[in-house]
Ligand binder design. Structure first.
Ligand code: DMJ
Length: 650
């Protein structure tokens, strides 16, 4: 049976005669290639020899040469005196007797010398090539080939110019100095922590997605595929900017300019890359005004669009940035996409349409919204799983924590970001929250308000660290809530903040566990070993900050400071900050990961908590779910996939 064998160098296929002779065609092809190469070299040496010989002929050859009328080309310094004409009306080249004759000879002599030297060098190079082994020659050819491919790639990557659009009004992006000296001191401490996290990453993990602060090397997880896209750099940029760490910001910008490339063969999470990279780049653009961030955000967004090529338009969870092939997580119910993932694209995509003038981004996310609006919701709740092929719900699990959380957050923030004109988003948020309150929010025996998880008609009395962001969300959505319930939602936010603080306070390290229960006499404590870890997450501190902004109750700053001190004491190591595996153990072990969201969110929210309110005012900025601030855009019409922006530019 003949089987085709792919030849690595020529790229041609030659059939092998038998499996036993499988290596033969490869060998033969290699020989043929080398022979061709050697012949080429000999031929070029021969041509050089002939060309050289032409100049080595006796002197009389020169007359013939001049007779060809080439002298003013070959010896350009010969000039005709002004006005001298040949009888035939042409410019005459007058010789200058013996002196000119001598100069001619010298010129020709030096020309001949140069040709001789070139000729010898060519021969020498040919000899060296012949001495080289086949492998060396192959490596050389390969290097040349790669260089050509690289050059072509660079040529192709000339960024497309984007249409100029007015820069939205950008206010309160720096300063925020607190008046009170003790608050200032705390803020300085947070800034120092940011510097330690950044400097460590800069030293040990630069260009990798994240850092292993104990092993002191780069780290990555499957959400970034096998890429090395500097997630920490992109995620940290706006925090650096707000904190006035401008040298570090510039360093990050330079890396992005020179290295950030999204044409890589990596299968990434659409959600994670969108909230961290698109969000991070857009925020860096709006804060600094540097075009490069906008250009990179758009390049990335183009790579994410193929994820929407599903029968329903509900995007895949993952997409290969190079091939555009998408798929879902293997663990998700019945091949489903995840509510918190496909429902957390709106803010970034609206901004992409604004900046590019391309309605596709806006249309994609509005299509998701419309599709969800048409679907039945069990008890008014949104299940976490939706199949992108059939358009049907997967398991009926509902959560305000993992798998559900930021879907609700983005409904509220879509309304805020549109300058409160997107009332459809607000109504959808209000209805969803009402159902959540009815079915998921309860008070424990000890009087702690918690948000449980709905699983097939049953309430699991467990709350995740991730769910703690909801305190801030309720407070943020209080203003504008229906039936004059603003006070109620602010109160609900305060109760969630209190419960989450308890989950921290009831541990040995004063850091919160990943999940905690309200069952069988348990109140806000983790039971299972694999729920006792703290991985530098921001949600509890995020809620403290929103509550502080809306109430100015000093307890939120106090709670934030407790958390900051605990992080500095138990998570800080010489190579950065690490998560800990058990917050109930006085002798904690580390997970050896410095998450990029620690720089993007945890430290940013802490810094904002100890700043005055004029830093990033909430009337002008809306924070995406990774704490990247995006400016409010006044949307006036968003019917039929068209949106009209009215912005007050600077
Ligand atoms: C962040 O990446 C985002 O906040 C996301 O919405 C969920 N949680 C992580 C941090 O815990």
């Amino acid at each position: 049976m003949t089987t085709p064998a792919l030849l690595p160098l020529s790229g041609r296929r030659i059939p092998t005669l038998s499996p036993g002779a499988a290596s033969f065609p490869h060998h033969r092809a290699t020989l043929r290639l080398s022979e061709k190469f050697i012949l080429l070299l000999i031929l070029s040496a021969f041509i050089t020899l002939c060309f050289g010989a032409f100049f080595f002929l006796p002197d009389n050859s020169k007359h013939k040469r001049f007779d060809l009328g080439l002298e003013d080309v070959l010896i350009p310094h010969i000039e005709a005196p002004k006005g001298a004409k040949h009888p035939g009306g042409q410019v005459v080249i007058h010789g200058q007797g013996g002196h000119d004759e001598h100069r001619h000879r010298e010129e020709e002599e030096s020309l001949r010398d140069k040709i001789r030297v070139d000729h010898e060098r060519a021969l020498q190079e040919a000899k060296e090539k012949l001495r080289k082994s086949r492998d060396e020659l192959r490596a050389e050819i390969q290097t040349e080939k790669s260089k050509v491919v690289e050059d072509l790639k660079k040529k192709k990557e000339v960024p497309k110019p984007l249409p100029p659009v007015p820069m939205p009004k950008v206010v309160g992006v720096n300063d925020g100095d607190p008046v009170e000296p003790d608050v200032k001191e705390k803020r300085d401490k947070i800034r120092e922590m940011m510097k330690h996290a950044w400097d460590s990453y800069r030293q040990y993990g630069w260009g990798h997605n994240e850092l292993k602060p104990l092993a002191k090397k780069g780290h990555s997880t499957n959400i970034f595929g096998n890429s090395q896209m500097g997630a920490t750099i992109v995620d940290a940029l706006d925090s650096l900017y707000m904190m006035g760490l401008h040298d570090e910001f510039k360093d990050g910008q330079e890396w992005i300019e020179q290295n950030l490339d999204f044409s890589v063969n990596a299968e990434v999470s659409v959600f994670e890359v969108n909230i961290r990279f698109t969000g991070g780049l857009l925020a860096a653009y709006y804060l600094s005004g540097q075009e490069v961030f906008k250009v990179k955000a758009v390049q990335l967004a183009e790579k994410l669009l193929p994820a929407f090529n599903t029968p329903t338009g509900i995007p895949w969870a993952m997409v290969n940035l190079k091939s555009g092939v998408g798929r879902n997580w293997g663990w998700a119910s019945a091949g489903s996409s995840i509510l918190a993932e496909f429902g957390t694209l709106h803010m970034e995509f609206v901004h992409l349409t604004y900046l590019t003038g391309n309605p596709a981004y806006y249309q994609k996310v509005m299509h998701i919204r419309k599709l969800l609006a048409k679907m039945d919701r069990p008890n008014g709740l949104y299940p976490n799983y939706l199949n992108p092929r059939t358009g049907r719900w997967g398991q009926h699990h509902t959560s305000v924590g993992g798998l559900g959380d930021s879907f609700y957050e983005y409904l509220l923030k879509a309304w805020l970001m549109s300058d409160k004109t997107d009332t459809e988003a607000r109504k959808t948020y209000d209805d969803a929250i009402e159902a959540i309150e009815r079915h998921l929010i309860r008070k424990s025996n000890g009087g702690l308000t918690f948000i449980g998880e709905w699983k097939n008609g049953h309430l699991e009395r467990k709350m995740g660290h991730l769910t703690c962001f909801a305190g801030g969300m309720f407070a943020l959505g209080a203003d504008g809530s229906p039936d004059d319930k603003a006070g109620h939602y602010l109160q609900l936010g305060a109760e969630i903040a209190h419960t989450c603080h308890e989950s921290y306070d009831r541990t040995v390290l004063k850091l919160g566990p990943e999940a905690f229960k309200f069952d069988s006499g348990l109140e806000a404590v983790a039971v299972r070993q694999n729920e006792k870890y703290y991985i530098l997450r921001p949600e509890v501190i995020e809620t403290y900050w929103y509550m502080w902004r809306f109430t100015h109750d000093p307890k939120y700053r106090q709670w934030g400071w407790e958390a900051a001190q605990a992080i500095d004491k138990y998570c800080r190591v010489s190579g950065g900050f690490s998560g800990v595996k058990d917050v109930y153990s006085s002798n904690p072990t580390y997970d050896d990961v410095q998450q990029s969201f620690f720089l993007a969110e945890t430290l940013k929210y802490l810094y904002l908590l100890f700043s005055s309110d004029d830093l990033m005012p909430l009337e002008s900025w809306v924070f995406n779910t990774e704490a990247h601030p995006l400016p409010v855009l006044h949307l006036t019409d968003f019917s039929e996939g068209i949106c009209i922006f009215q912005t007050e530019s600077d």
